[in-house]
Design a protein around this ligand. Structure first.
Ligand code: GLN
Length: 475
C-alpha cells in the first residue's frame, strides 16, 4: 500500500514506529495531487512548500517527543486538506467565488487552528460549489471537480473537492461543511465516510457562512474510526461561537467496538415516493438486511412532515444566504458584487423576497413553524429508536451537466439530507456498495442531538462487516 493510501490510524502507527517520516507521507500526497489534480480539479490551492516545511517540523517534533507524549498530538504529521470555505491565515480562501478570488484571511478558523494544534499538515484548499451553494460541485467559479470513479460524473457537492481529495488519496482527511447535505452527499458519491455533526457541536467561527442556523462543520475520512478520531479534535466549545457547547469528557472512539446487538434502528416508511430510481433503492434494502444480521431490530418510522422539508429548507436557507452575502460588498475586501455567479444571485433574490415585508409571514415564518414540526417528528421518533438509517441521495451520481440548467431538479437531490439540518441532528454517511456502472452508493445514519458516539458505533460495526471502504477508484 502506498503511504498516501493509509488511514489516519495506520499512518499514525507508522509515524510513531518511525517506519516512515511525515515528509515522506506528505510527499506521497503531493505527488498524487500533481498526478491527478489536473484531471479531477479537487484543489483550488496547493500549499506544497508550506506543507513540506510543516511536515519537516512534525518529524522533528516526533523525534523530540518523550515516550507517552505522542497521544497529545493526535494528527502530528498527518496531511489533510480544508474546504476553501475555511479561513486559513496567510492562505488564499476563495469560497470558489470570483468575489474572493484574491482574498487572504488574517486569521484561522477555530477548526483550522485546532487541527494545526493537533499537528496536522495542510496540503491545500479544496474546490466547492461557490459559497457552498449546490449539490454537484458544478457551481464552482473555478470549474467543477470530477468524480474519481468516473470523471464524466459529478462528485456531489458542495464539498466536492474535499471528498474527491480523500477518495483519490491526495490527503488522509479533509474538512467540509454541511448546510443541507454538502458532506453526506459527496461522501456517498465517492465511497468515503462523511460526518455532519450536531448543530453547535463544532465551531463555525472563521468559516464563510452560508445559512447560519443550518451550517454544520464536519469532515471526510476513509473509515468511521478515523472520523471519530478527527471529531475528538474538532468538536467542543469555542468562545468565538456562542452556539457551541462543551465537549463530552469521553473520546468518540471509545464505543467503536461495542457492536449494535439489541439496538433499535428506524428506517423511512415512504422511501419509494422520494426516490427517482427504484433499482437504486435495492442497495439500501441490502444494507437494511445487514443491519438486521448484525443484531439490531429494524423499525419502520414515519417522519410526518418530511415531505415539507425541501420546500422549508429552500425558504429558510436562501433567506439566511441573502443576509450573509450582504457583507461581500467589495468595499473592504474582495471584488465587487457583479462577480457573484448565477446561483448566488438566485439565492440572494429568493431570500430577499421571502424576507420582505408582506411576504415574511407567508414564507419565512411559515417555514420556521414547519421546521419546528420536523424537529418534533424526530424527537418523537428517537423516543422509539436509537438511530435512523436512510439513503443519502435519491439517485446515484449523475453526469456532469445533467442537472445544472434545472435548479429545481438539482434542489430535489437534497430530499434525504436537508431534514437533519432543519432538525439540527447529526448524520454519518458511509459506503454501502456500487451501482452496475461502478459508481458509489452511500447510506446515512441519523441520531438524536449529541449522539455522534452512537453513530460511530453503528457505522463502525457496519463498516467492519463490509469491505466497500477498502475499494479504490481506478485513476
Ligand atoms: N445542496 C444544498 C444546497 O444547495 C446543500 C448545500 C450545503 O450543504 N452547503 O443548498
Amino acid at each position: 500500500m502506498k503511504l498516501n493510501e493509509l488511514t489516519i490510524k495506520r499512518a499514525r502507527e507508522g509515524l510513531r514506529n518511525k517506519n516512515f517520516s511525515s515528509v515522506e507521507l506528505t510527499r506521497a500526497c503531493l505527488e498524487q495531487i500533481k498526478k491527478h489534480n489536473k484531471n479531477l480539479n479537487a484543489f483550488i490551492t496547493v500549499t506544497e512548500k508550506k506543507a513540506l516545511e510543516d511536515a519537516k517540523n512534525a518529524d522533528q517534533h516526533i523525534n523530540n517527543l518523550a515516550i507517552g507524549q505522542f497521544n497529545n498530538y493526535p494528527l502530528l504529521g498527518i496531511p489533510i486538506a480544508h474546504k476553501d470555505l475555511f479561513s486559513t491565515k496567510g492562505i488564499k480562501t476563495t469560497a470558489a467565488s470570483k468575489v474572493l478570488e484574491d482574498y487572504i484571511p488574517a486569521y484561522d478558523a477555530t477548526v483550522v487552528k485546532k487541527l494545526k494544534d493537533a499537528g496536522a499538515v495542510i496540503v491545500g484548499k479544496t474546490n466547492l460549489d461557490a459559497w457552498a451553494h449546490g449539490s454537484s460541485g458544478e457551481n464552482s467559479d473555478f470549474g467543477p471537480a470530477k468524480n474519481p470513479w468516473n470523471t464524466e460524473y459529478v462528485p456531489g457537492g458542495s464539498s466536492s473537492g474535499s471528498a474527491v481529495s480523500v477518495a483519490s488519496d491526495m490527503c488522509l482527511a479533509a474538512t467540509g461543511t454541511d448546510t443541507g447535505g454538502s458532506i453526506r452527499l459527496p461522501a456517498s458519491f465517492n465511497n468515503i465516510v462523511g460526518l455532519k455533526p450536531t448543530y453547535g457541536r463544532v465551531s463555525r467561527y472563521g468559516i464563510i457562512a452560508m445559512a447560519s442556523s443550518l451550517d454544520s462543520i464536519g469532515h471526510f475520512t476513509k473509515t468511521v474510526e478515523d472520523s471519530a478520531l478527527f471529531f475528538d479534535i474538532t468538536s467542543g466549545q469555542d468562545i468565538f461561537d456562542a452556539t457551541t457547547l462543551p465537549n463530552p469528557t469521553e473520546s468518540f472512539t471509545k464505543n467503536l467496538e461495542k457492536g449494535i446487538k439489541g439496538m433499535r434502528i428506524g428506517f423511512p416508511k415512504i422511501l419509494k415516493e422520494n426516490s427517482q430510481e427504484l433499482e437504486y433503492l435495492g442497495y439500501f434494502e441490502i444494507a437494511k438486511r445487514l443491519i438486521q444480521k448484525l443484531g439490531a431490530e429494524l423499525i419502520p418510522i414515519d417522519i410526518k412532515h418530511e415531505e415539507c422539508a425541501i420546500a422549508c429548507y429552500y425558504i429558510i436557507q436562501p433567506s439566511e444566504v441573502s443576509s450573509n452575502l450582504a457583507r461581500y460588498d467589495g468595499i473592504r475586501f474582495g471584488n465587487n458584487r457583479e462577480n457573484f455567479g448565477d446561483e448566488a444571485k438566485r439565492r440572494i433574490m429568493l431570500g430577499t423576497y421571502t424576507l420582505s415585508a408582506g411576504y415574511y409571514d407567508a414564507y419565512y415564518k411559515k417555514a420556521m413553524q414547519v421546521r419546528t414540526l420536523i424537529k418534533k417528528d424526530f424527537d418523537e421518533a428517537f423516543k422509539n429508536v436509537d438511530a435512523l438509517i436512510s439513503p443519502v441521495s435519491p439517485t446515484p451520481p449523475w453526469k456532469l451537466g445533467e442537472k445544472i440548467s434545472d435548479p429545481l431538479k438539482m434542489y430535489l437531490s437534497d430530499v434525504f439530507t436537508v431534514t437533519a439540518n432543519l432538525a439540527g441532528i447529526p448524520g454519518l454517511a458511509l459506503p454501502i456498495g456500487f451501482t452496475k456502472n461502478r459508481l458509489p452508493v452511500g447510506m446515512q445514519i441519523l441520531g438524536p442531538h449529541f449522539s455522534e458516539a452512537k453513530l460511530f458505533q453503528i457505522g463502525h460495526a457496519y463498516e467492519q462487516a463490509t469491505e466497500w471502504y477498502s475499494q479504490k477508484p481506478n485513476l
